[in-house]
Design a protein around this ligand. Structure first.
Ligand code: GAL
Length: 360
């Protein structure tokens, strides 16, 4: 008798626990609550860190353009590198009733609170270009960032003609997960080269907030420390590359030292044609922005999103769409960025003698 009531008690406990677990599951999946019908209007909130680099203006314009094409509204907020402001702006977007949030975070850890706030209201979140870490983010849309780091380092390694060659590594902002992934990629290539005795790393530092001035300082110090014996600078984006070039110009070394970059900024493509920056990584922004908007609409409607990749953000394997980056140097500027209409040859060559300019 006692045995039977113990059994009943255990079964009841199991039922209660089961209900709790499924309740938890439901609440962690609260993004599934408020769904739009196929003909309901959808409102997208786009929370951006910055418009400082040229590329982010493109992201903003293209997100707005695609939203218009798809007949949905997009509200955009830019936080200018201020985490508290980005959180406040995201909260404002939620108060305005957005159905889905696209977030390009300033700080990948701190932005987790934006995901939590959105999910409390049943609003799904897409992490855009930069990963939001340790959160239940619904989708990540970006490029293959580790591969970008590998391409930057490999290009310089393939083109440096000294052994051992002295390398300087200039990372991006350490609060941006992309900077960490880039560094991982760069080291995938550089570490074995160090072990082989092919290169030496003079210095390896992150440039605060991706600032060109921070990169300038890092490279100036490396030049002083090595008696100007620097052969290559693995700069993580074009802004930091231009800081590096400025430091090299100070020692009449611009054009003699290899410098990588990323973003295909106009100012850097000009430096590439002038021979002062060696290469950049071109990330077509249009597909990125369009995929983000199209996926946002699907998430708002509770439809399945096509995401072939995943990325671990510390809390879960986030479904991800990771686009291919393209290495650009002066030999393929025309067949890449110019062909795509990303930059025009007129602008790149505006102040460069015609015979020095790539031919179409
Ligand atoms: C990165 C981004 C780069 C660059 C940088 C500075 O996260 O992937 O394209 O723009 O931020 O904003």
């Amino acid at each position: 008798m006692q045995h039977r009531s113990l059994m009943v008690g255990l079964i009841l406990l199991a039922l209660i626990l089961g209900a709790c677990v499924s309740g938890m599951k439901q609440s962690s999946n609260s993004a599934a609550k408020k769904k739009k019908g196929p003909n309901d209007p959808v409102v997208i909130g786009f929370s951006m860190d910055t418009l400082k680099e040229e590329r982010w203006q493109r992201d903003k314009d293209l997100i707005e353009k695609r939203a218009k094409e798809m007949g949905v509204q997009a509200f955009v907020q830019v936080a200018n590198g201020d985490d508290n402001l980005q959180i406040k702006q995201a909260e404002n977007l939620l108060t305005q009733g957005v159905d889905v949030l696209i977030v390009a975070p300033h700080n990948g850890e701190i932005a987790a609170s934006i995901v939590e706030a959105a999910h409390r209201q049943g609003v799904p979140v897409i992490s855009y270009d930069r990963l939001i870490r340790n959160s239940d983010v619904d989708l990540y849309v970006s490029h293959q960032v580790v591969k970008i780091g590998e391409m930057q380092a490999q290009y310089l390694l393939d083109h440096v003609n000294k052994k051992p060659a002295n390398f300087v590594v200039v990372g991006g902002s350490p609060t941006d997960n992309n900077a960490l992934l880039l560094h991982q990629g760069q080291m995938n290539v550089l570490k074995p080269a160090v072990d082989r005795g092919d290169i030496k790393i003079v210095t390896d530092q992150y440039a605060k907030e991706w600032q060109a001035s921070a990169a300038l300082n890092i490279v100036e110090n490396a030049l002083t420390q090595s008696n100007n014996q620097v052969d290559a600078v693995v700069a993580s984006n074009d802004g930091t590359a231009r800081g590096a070039v400025q430091a090299l110009e100070g020692q009449n070394l611009a054009g003699k030292v290899l410098v990588s970059g990323q973003d295909a900024d106009l100012a850097s493509l000009i430096l590439i044609v002038q021979g002062k920056q060696t290469m950049t990584i071109y990330k077509p922004i249009q597909p990125l922005a369009y995929i983000a908007v199209d996926s946002a609409i699907k998430l708002a409607r509770g439809e399945k999103v096509d995401a072939k990749d995943t990325i671990d953000n510390g809390a879960k394997k986030v479904p991800a769409v990771l686009l291919e980056p393209i290495a650009v140097d002066k030999n393929n500027i025309i067949s890449t960025v110019v062909k795509d209409g990303y930059q025009t040859l007129e602008k790149i060559c505006a102040n460069i003698p015609a015979d020095k300019c790539p031919k179409q």
